[in-house]
Design a protein around this ligand. Structure first.
Ligand SMILES: [Fe+2]
Length: 213
């Protein structure tokens, strides 16, 4: 499996090009600010872009979608959309073929109600649900509660060695693993929802105290 992490500008957004090494079929995730660069990267690698998905409907992740479709003929799909090729809906547990691999959709509401993570091979693309050492922004009520559940039920249940590729380069490293996040991410170390949301409430002070940018 091939993974290219492509910085696209914006708020240090990442686009991803993920391909099955044998069939050279690729999925693009969050083309965002530089769809042309993503298409160029696919060309350099000799890949065919078979499909595209966005992790959620926020402008910084979707603003390149029209241009991406113009360049490739592939419309990026969001949660709830129906894939024209397979007739399958983008919903929790749905699976889309990618050559000899599959893209499995994990619905992870919290940051937004339409947030999804994409599990492909030994990697998970977490959008704005999980960052390296941080988690996605939410309100301190229903959003935080939904995110807590999504993180624990959908992401921390993945194999420990799963590589984590976030939607923004806002952490201590551009990528991580489920094990490393479980062991070091202060939000995931919180033992229950109450202390999780308390860390959200006090995040500015916590960052200052621990020298986190
Ligand atoms: Fe977002």
């Amino acid at each position: 499996m091939l993974v290219r992490q492509i910085p696209t500008g914006g708020d240090r957004n990442f686009a991803y090009l993920v391909a099955d090494g044998s069939t050279r079929r690729a999925v693009v995730i969050d083309p965002s600010y530089t769809p042309g660069r993503v298409v160029q990267a696919a060309r350099e690698e000799g890949l065919t872009i078979a499909r595209a998905l966005c992790t959620h409907d926020h402008h910084d992740h979707t603003n390149g979608n029209a241009e991406f479709e113009r360049l490739t003929g592939v419309r990026p799909l969001l949660f709830g959309d129906t894939d024209p090729e397979t007739g399958r809906r983008v919903e929790d547990g749905a699976s889309f073929p990618l050559g000899e691999l599959a893209i499995r959709i994990l619905h992870t509401p919290g940051h937004t109600s339409d947030s999804i993570c994409l599990h492909v091979g030994d990697a998970v693309f977490t959008g704005d649900t999980l960052f390296v050492g941080k988690v996605g922004g939410t309100d301190l009520g229903d959003g935080a509660r939904a995110e807590y559940t999504s993180l624990h039920r959908k992401l921390l249940t993945l194999p420990e060695e799963t590589r984590v590729f976030p939607g923004h380069d806002v952490g201590v490293a551009p990528e991580s693993t489920i094990r490393r996040e479980r062991e070091t991410n202060p939000f995931l170390l919180r033992p229950d929802y109450e202390s999780f949301v308390e860390l959200k409430r006090n995040w500015a002070a916590y960052k200052k105290e621990h020298g986190i940018a």
